[in-house]
Design a binder for this molecule. Structure first.
Ligand code: CP
Length: 318
């Protein structure tokens, strides 16, 4: 039996991780901060290893930070995207992974539009080759959840009893799901907010605590209660052919503007996983507020978190 999530060798989601699992990797990420930011020399923990970054969906932050994280631990990387690879000719994600395994890669980082894609790769590759989920469909984005939690802890301390709002297209959001699992495991109270089309009541049952999830369809009333507010992008690319999921007054009802930000407690922080639809879910003056917005701190922490995840899954099992 694995003693911790890190003994299982893959990171496919935050669901099922214990508070100790989460805090252990974040503590290691804190120790990597200078190297991750390029302010201290690279490390050698993953020397002689090659990590395959397979990004079959577009990405700026996750793809670049996994690549930087691997190099700052001394590893080489292969960076593969759907458009420039034989995936565009119909090759499956499993065949892609098996071919890269045959070339001697030591780990896979997988982003894909299909929920469960990284799990299929984890079931197909050799034992001892870790698979890290870099975002699969609407399922999970565990390293984003970890970097968000790291950022919140840096600004707010212990998250037990803290109140965090996640606002917008929750139903499409793998970021929301990973945060819901991670934050409630650490005892936070999460309020998910948005129209009924994007925030179904069933989200209240998504985790087993000890924290809680509350579904709310009205943003203004909750603002004074919050320690952190995370705005989500409306993911137009994940909507089907049905009726529009947002109405013309979405920005007026759910957009974070200066007037709404002024109703937050003074200590509350403003977050967004990116990419942002500026002027829709968040206004530029709020997103760029140097005192309250931690959006770029989230990005910086992403490199350190990804270094820590790779170390936990690889360097500690040599
Ligand atoms: N937050 C996030 O996943 O951004 P990218 O899609 O740019 O990687």
């Amino acid at each position: 039996m694995p003693r911790s999530a890190w003994d299982r060798r893959h990171l496919l989601g935050l669901e099922g991780l214990s508070a100790d699992d989460i805090l252990e990797v974040i503590e290691l990420a804190e120790s990597y901060q200078e190297v991750a930011a390029g302010l201290a020399p690279r490390l050698t923990e993953l020397g002689q290893r090659t990590i395959a970054n397979v990004f079959l969906e577009d990405s700026t932050r996750t793809r670049c930070s996994f690549s930087l994280a691997a190099r700052r631990l001394g590893a080489d990387t292969i960076d593969l995207t759907g458009a420039g690879s034989s995936v565009s000719k119909g090759e499956t994600i499993i065949d892609t992974a098996l071919n890269l395994q045959a070339m001697g890669v030591s780990a896979f980082v997988i982003r894909c539009a299909a929920s469960g894609g990284p799990h299929m790769v984890a079931d197909s590759v050799r034992d001892g080759i870790p698979v890290i989920n870099a975002g699969d469909g609407k399922h999970e984005h565990p390293t984003q959840g970890l970097l968000d939690i790291m950022t919140m802890r840096q600004r707010l301390g212990d998250l037990k009893g803290r109140t965090v709002a996640i606002v917008g297209d929750v139903v499409s959001s793998r970021v929301a799901r990973s945060n819901l699992h991670g934050l409630t495991t650490l005892g936070a109270k999460v309020i998910v907010i948005g129209p009924r089309t994007l925030v179904p009541k069933s989200f209240e049952k998504i985790t087993s605590g000890p924290g809680t999830v509350e579904v709310v369809h009205e943003l203004d009333d909750v603002l004074p209660r919050l320690d952190a507010i995370m705005m989500l992008r409306v993911q137009f690319e994940r909507q089907g052919d049905g009726p529009p999921v947002i109405s013309g007054d979405y920005r007026q009802l759910y957009g974070l503007n200066a007037a709404r930000a002024a109703r937050l407690p003074k200590h509350a922080i403003i977050m967004h996983p990116g990419p942002m639809n500026r002027g829709l879910e968040i206004d530029s003056d709020v997103a760029d507020d140097p005192k309250r917005s931690v959006i770029l701190q989230q990005v910086t922490n992403g490199v350190a978190v990804r270094m820590a995840v790779m170390t936990m899954l690889m360097a500690r099992h040599q």
